[in-house]
Design a protein around this ligand. Sequence first.
Ligand code: PGA
Length: 247
Amino acid sequence: MKKGKLIIANWKMNPASLKEVLKLAKASDKEGVVLCVPFVFLKEVKKVLKKAKLGAQNVSTEQAGAYTGEVSADMLYDMGARSVIVGHSERRALGENNIDVNKKIKSVLSAGLTPIVCIGERERDENHEYINIVKTQLVESLNGIVKSDLSKLIIAYEPVWALSTTANRRDATSADSLEMVIFIKKVLSDKFGATTKLPRIIYGGSVNEKDVADFLKNGGVDGALVGRASLDAKKFLQIIRIAENVS
Ligand code: PGA
């Protein structure tokens, strides 16, 4: 694997003001980084980025038309975004299902953007049902996606029980990540047949400056999706520096 891993920031519904947004964007502007920012700040953030790429956090299932309050993939592209998070657990909690995620992936791909497809179980049960949950998310979300588009995707494995915002959260380990990455690759090869052009797979769930090296070295992933720690410029720069040096 080539040196340097992908670090994607998910700012969620933060920061509150354009002033703070621009300060954080400028501080986070490094190669190999994608900043997924709230819709309203896309255009202004785009203007200050020289090295990092711009992403969004959600997109409409539909291409255009009478969908009040929605934002289409073409609009995101026009604002300078080149990737978009789909199927984040916080959106699934609001009712988004695998069929919606599937539609979003298709419209994102047809607009020329990279979908960052989030999958991950809410909890780990003793009967290992969580494995089937992740499999179903993956298979249904990728329904009708052609093999040649696989390498255009990024799959983010985010166990919900490890996210920084989950009540009574637990830390996931790099071994948990590695196990799931192997499983995801198996599901993909069962569905699409053997291919060398797999999506990049990244890990997310409370990644911080202390554990990122372990996830990147031992978790089987090509990068990390970082929520809370991406809002702290000092911590985020430490994460980026570590990611630059992991092969
Ligand atoms: P976290 O968020 O790093 O704050 O756990 C990650 C995410 O929800 O994408």
